[in-house]
Structure formats: structure tokens, C-alpha cells
Write a protein that binds this ligand. Structure first.
Ligand code: ADP
Ligand code: MG
Length: 273
């Protein structure tokens, strides 16, 4: 099927941002500290740098508490960083004017582990997706049914799911709805923060396959965050390994998986089932 509405051509003025040598998203020496329970400052993200290029899947792996979600929040401008910069196509967007921030916010979508917590329990799937489509429609027009059906089809759902409430869906179907909602704003970048971690292994594989399809169909760039190196190896082209807020290893996914250089990564590999 042709990629019809999602991922439509960019508007005027964006062509200059389209240079493929420029990373689509970049973290430059990012740091963020929080006060711990003992009142002392602790670095949750410590001097993290990386580049995400158009069409690639960058995996970020690390144990619980290593700073992955904080990093995601910095990239999404949901938390302000203490030092460094987040760049979207070379622009430090979290510190840009409100209009620019609104524009870039629509380019970066996120899917979390538990979409149920972010769905309004009174809303059915159709309402959730219509609401997200309306966010994207700049002219305020009501979403077209064709757009809604395209979104559902893209994530392997159909008309029969429109009236269902998320709590009546399976975990995998719920995550498909969350992905559809993330796609509704026509993002260029998808950040997945433990998005398959709550699912059974067989359902995980289905969602990973879906993400591969969507990446190709909508030329998405994907930042895939997980504590599970096996899942990361399955989907990522390149991998960053985080420990205590810092990047301890970065490389091609196969290299990191089969020939890890850092002792911590070697431990992660050894711990795989
Ligand atoms: P991960 O996603 O890898 O599990 P997080 O980014 O959630 O790691 O957490 C990294 C560290 O930062 C943890 O020690 C966590 O307790 C701390 N942290 C995260 N957010 C906050 C916050 N809002 N206030 C205080 N500490 C936080
Ligand atoms: Mg997390």
C-alpha cells in the first residue's frame, strides 16, 4: 500500500532541514541531576552524546535506573537539562520559542510501556485516534474516516476495534493503539520507552515486526529504549549501552551483541537466557 496520508510531503521552509548528513536528532553532552532521597544531587544522565540518523533504529539498553527514561524526557523537552543540548535537525528545539517547540513536538512521538495509564478510560479506540488526528490537523477540520481507517490498518487493527475501549483489548492490541496514536501526528521520530517490556515474548516479536514495517512505510527514525539486550539486538541497527547515567559502549548492534568490549556489556550478554 502506498504511504498516503501519514508522512506526506513536508511544507515549505523545511527543505533546508532535509540534509541527510545532519542527524535528525542529536544529544550533545547532555546531563541531568536530581536530588536523591538523601538530599544529595545525583546525575541521572551524565554527559550523554549520540546522533540518530534518518531511517535508522538506535537502541538504548541499560538496567533499571540507568537514566534511559530521563534521557527520553530530555529529548522530548518534558524535562529541562542542566548541561548540553538536544538538537532536532541541528536546532536546539527545547530552548526555542513556543511556536518552534510546538512544530518540533509534532515531529517526535513517544510510546511508553503502559499505554493504558495514558488513555482516558472513558474513550474508545476511535475517539483516542480521532483526538490525535485532530491535533495534527492544523486547520482544525474533523479527522476523515479514511485517515482513521488507514491508521488502524497500519498497525494491524481494523474497523471492528473502533468502538472497543483499551481495557477490553489485549496488551498487544493496546500497544498497537498506542503506536497508532503516536503515528497520527505524522512524526519523523518515534521514541519507544520499554514499549514491549510488558508483553509476552511472542507478542513482543509481533510488535517488533510491526515497527519494522512502519519504519519502512513512513521512513521513521526510531529510538528504541529497553532494559532487554535481546530485544534491542532484534530491532536496532546501532546500540548505546547506559550504566549509571553514562554511555559505556556504543556500536553496531551485531558487534555489541557478539563482541561486547565493555565489561558491563559483557555481563549483560552473559545474563541473556
Ligand atoms: P531508567 O529509565 O533507566 O530505569 P530513570 O531515567 O527512570 O532510569 O531513572 C534514573 C535515575 O534518576 C534513578 O535513580 C531515578 O530514581 C532518578 N530520577 C528520575 N526521575 C526523577 C525525578 N523526577 N526526581 C528524582 N529522581 C529522579
Ligand atoms: Mg525507564
Amino acid at each position: 500500500a502506498a504511504p498516503a496520508r501519514i508522512g506526506r510531503p513536508r511544507r515549505h521552509g523545511e527543505a533546508a532541514e532535509n540534509d541527510s548528513a545532519t542527524p535528525i536528532l542529536e544529544a550533545k553532552h547532555l546531563s541531568k541531576s536530581f536530588h536523591g532521597p538523601d538530599g544529595r544531587l545525583r546525575e541521572a544522565v551524565a554527559d550523554v552524546s549520540f546522533e540518530l540518523f534518518k531511517g535508522e533504529v538506535l537502541g538504548i539498553v541499560g538496567a533499571s535506573g540507568s537514566g534511559k527514561s530521563t534521557l527520553a524526557r530530555l529529548l522530548l523537552a518534558l524535562t529541562d537539562y542542566d548541561a548540553g543540548a538536544v538538537l532536532y535537525r541541528g536546532l536546539e528545539w527545547p530552548r526555542a520559542d513556543d511556536r518552534t517547540k510546538r512544530r518540533v513536538r509534532g515531529k517526535i512521538s513517544v510510546v511508553y510501556q503502559d499505554p493504558y495509564s495514558s488513555f482516558d478510560p472513558r474513550w474508545n479506540v476511535g475517539r483516542i485516534l480521532e483526538d490525535a488526528l485532530r491535533l495534527h490537523a492544523e486547520d482544525g477540520h474533523a479527522p476523515q474516516r479514511a485517515d482513521l481507517l488507514e491508521l488502524l490498518e497500519a498497525v494491524g487493527l481494523n474497523e471492528s476495534h473502533l468502538r472497543a475501549r483499551p481495557r477490553h483489548l489485549s496488551g498487544g492490541q493496546r500497544q498497537r493503539v498506542a503506536i497508532a496514536r503516536a503515528l497520527a501526528v505524522h512524526p519523523e521520530i518515534l521514541i519507544l520507552d520499554e514499549a514491549v517490556s510488558a508483553l509476552d515474548v511472542s507478542i513482543q516479536a509481533q510488535i517488533l515486526d510491526l515497527l519494522e514495517d512502519l519504519k519502512a512505510r513512513y521512513s521513521l527514525s526510531i529510538l528504541f529504549i529497553s532494559h532487554d539486550l535481546g530485544v534491542i539486538h532484534h530491532i536496532a541497527d546501532r546500540v548505546l549501552v547506559m550504566k549509571d547515567g553514562a554511555v559505556v559502549e556504543e556500536g553496531d548492534a551485531d558487534a555489541v551483541f557478539h563482541a561486547p568490549r565493555h565489561r558491563y556489556t559483557q555481563e549483560l550478554v552473559a545474563a541473556l537466557p
